[in-house]
Design a protein around this ligand. Structure first.
Ligand code: AHG
Ligand code: MN
Ligand code: MN
Length: 334
């Protein structure tokens, strides 16, 4: 052996035999996302120098301020995915309707949803952000893809993953056969395998939530966090609190160190804040593959039938034991 860890590209090619129906299209889609990840990573590393910080002055479909990097990354991913000819339709956080690629749209067998930059308010302070993607097999037969190709429950996903732009850049994904993580070597421009078949660790007494919203939470969530904060060493309490404010980074920490991330619904955000198709569902697929769970408080995230591209859901994700616990707080209040 040559002694280096396989690259993402080698790893995907080696596994392609698991998907004989894919005839190379799947790896083209993954390569396009990986290339976007490298370019976004470079831009973020240079952010202040290439004027990639700051806001465009516009708001997106959800009424949120659009960062310059949101816009730039959105256009980049649409171009790179469209150019493969393997994608029939796309959904982005930054675009209201379904996006159809300009070239060879009819050939594409995949529908891809993505959050180009997750946690974009972190860019201006050089804190971690990420890109999230979800790949579904199209359900329409041919031609340009439609809404129904995108509006599928998370359990149908062919693949999902994220790129974390942190102290190093990591590409983490699943195709339903374990979760695999790769680190970008910027001198080579290659992602190399770092962890194969990642699982949540046993230890899990960390919670990650914006507790500043607690005054607007419903009772089960308030009681749950109060319980986590009580002093009872035998049950591992009090838990520690960690919150980066970028879902990808908070989830990545939980995947490696254990714990639970929560974004409950509240009296202001009645459906919660996070979006099902390109935030909650892809990470839920990864969590389950890593031995964890994801719920909206009562229901499995992967079983929610989406009705809109930008639909939101309350969200609890992490170690199975922790997600079961919050589910008990919710079901006993019903
Ligand atoms: P985005 O930057 O893609 O709009 O996502 C921001 C999300 C998510 O990354 C994070 O977990 C959450 O917003 C943080 O919300 P609060 O600032 O309300 O805690
Ligand atoms: Mn996001
Ligand atoms: Mn975003």
């Amino acid at each position: 052996m040559t002694g280096f860890q396989p690259t993402l590209n080698q790893f995907i090619r080696a596994r392609q035999e698991d998907y004989p129906e894919a005839v190379g299209e799947f790896s083209q889609v993954m390569n396009a996302i990986a290339l976007a990840g490298k370019l976004i990573s470079r831009e973020i590393n240079l952010a202040g120098l290439v004027a990639a910080t700051g806001y465009t002055g516009r708001t997106n479909v959800q009424g949120e301020e659009v960062a310059k990097l949101d816009d730039w990354s959105n256009d980049l991913i649409i171009d790179l995915l469209g150019e493969t000819g393997c994608v029939c339709v796309m959904c982005s956080e930054e675009v209201e309707g379904a996006i159809t690629p300009s070239k060879s749209a009819s050939a594409g067998r995949y529908a891809v949803s993505f959050d180009p930059v997750d946690g974009s308010s972190n860019i201006d302070i050089a804190a971690p952000v990420g890109t999230i993607f979800s790949i579904q097999r199209r359900v329409t037969k041919s031609g340009v893809g439609h809404l129904e190709d995108l509006l599928q429950p998370g359990r149908n996903q062919a693949a999902a993953g994220y790129i974390l732009y942190g102290s190093s850049t990591m590409f983490v994904y699943t195709t339903g056969k374990g979760v695999h993580a790769f680190t970008l070597d910027p001198t080579m421009g290659e992602f190399h395998l770092t962890f194969a078949d990642l699982k949540f660790p046993e230890k899990s007494n960390v919670y990650s939530t914006n507790e500043g919203n607690a005054g607007t939470w419903l009772e089960p969530d308030v009681e749950w966090v109060e319980w986590l904060k009580q002093n009872d060493p035998e049950t591992g309490r009090p838990y520690s609190a960690r919150y980066i404010g970028a879902l990808v980074a908070d989830f990545h920490r939980i995947l490696l160190k254990g714990g639970i991330f929560a974004y409950p619904k509240n009296t202001v955000q009645r459906e919660g804040k996070l979006r099902l198709l390109y935030e909650c569902s892809p990470l839920a697929f990864m969590a389950e593959q890593a031995g964890g769970l994801a719920t909206d408080g009562l229901k499995r995230i992967l079983d929610i039938e989406p009705t809109g591209l930008h639909q939101r859901t309350p969200y609890y994700i992490g170690n199975a034991r922790e997600v079961e616990l919050i589910r008990r707080f919710h079901s006993s209040s019903n």
